[in-house]
Design a protein. Sequence first.
Length: 92
Amino acid sequence: MSGSFEQHGRRVSKQLHKEIYLMAKTSLTDPFFAAMTKTLKQVIRWGAKNAVVKQDPIRKQLDEEIKMFLTAVGADNVNPMYEKLNAKDEEL
């Protein structure tokens, strides 16, 4: 999963002309941190429920979420994060 964060983080950083360290700092503030924590919990529950032992299915489940998260972080857009936090817990 760290490869996905790194890959998408670099792409978003270049597109939005925002330094990666600033994106990292922003991602640790609310609501970004809370929304990503919720997403990771959902992925862990999904992986446990489906007895996933390889990384590929988990990466497929998480890739779109990572792209959306990093784009929102890079643009300082909190709206998708609040939508994620206010959504009912649902499976990915």
